[in-house]
Design a protein around this ligand. Structure first.
Ligand code: BG6
Ligand code: MG
Length: 222
């Protein structure tokens, strides 16, 4: 049986992954560093400061700044990002997500959130989804960002759910790794997430009955 379903936020529930990319791109370009969508795959699920380090590495600039300069750069990126968030409304919930949530709720299962974003609360509020989650594991509750399993394990604990009876849903490579290391069943959104146990191209393809069936088969095999 299933204990809980735990969602990533950015890129799964809403397309804020794209806003993170645009905000980083703006900051990177101000420093003469070019980043594209392919590079951005490596930033998904990664904390703000770790993302900045990856971008500086990409431009061979990692030794050029002091910690306080880096902190100022990270806040600047966040200001760019928060400008995008101002436009966010419940209409920005990705296709298929409402039906998925309704299906999970209809089965009486707990729903959790696992997002390393310090803006997770603001995003959920803008989408009017705060009441959906029985427990939210966010940046304030963890010390290590994905691919470390800490955030998913924290969400399982908060929901009193056993990891190998729980499902995680992710759009990031780092996120799928975190789910698998936690011992959970991984649903991946995005065709490149080969390590996921169940893979769909986009959120509109998430079908609760099919996921449940695939999860039951996985349980029999494991
Ligand atoms: C994750 C995103 O959810 O949150 C990352 O996938 C982002 O792209 C990270 O860097 C941290 O977000 P924030 O809002 O704290 O800068
Ligand atoms: Mg994500």
């Amino acid at each position: 049986s299933i204990d809980a379903v735990i969602f990533d936020l950015d890129g799964v529930i809403t397309d804020t992954a794209h806003y993170h990319f645009l905000a980083w791109k703006q900051l990177a370009e101000e420093m003469g560093i070019h980043i594209d969508k392919e590079f951005n795959e490596r930033l998904k699920g990664v904390s703000r400061m770790d993302s900045l380090e990856l971008i500086l590495q990409e431009g061979n600039r990692q030794e050029d700044f002091t910690l306080s300069e880096k902190e100022a750069m990270a806040s600047k990126k966040n200001e760019h990002y928060c400008e995008f968030l101002k436009k966010l409304t419940p209409k920005d919930i990705l296709p298929g997500i409402r039906d998925l949530i309704s299906g999970i709720k209809a089965d009486g299962l707990s729903i959790g959130l696992a997002s390393v974003s310090m803006n997770a609360g603001t995003v959920l509020k803008a989408l009017d989804l705060e009441s959906v989650f029985d427990f939210c594991a966010d940046a304030s509750k963890i010390s290590k960002s994905k691919p470390d399993p800490e955030i998913f394990l924290t969400a399982c604990k908060g929901l009193a759910a056993i990891p190998n009876r729980s499902i995680g849903i992710e759009d990031a490579e780092a996120g799928v790794s975190a789910i698998k290391t936690a011992g959970m069943y991984a649903v991946g959104v995005g065709s490149t997430l080969k390590k996921a146990d169940y893979l769909v191209n986009a959120t509109e393809d998430l079908n609760w009955n099919e996921i449940k069936e695939a999860f039951q088969n996985w349980c029999l095999e494991n």
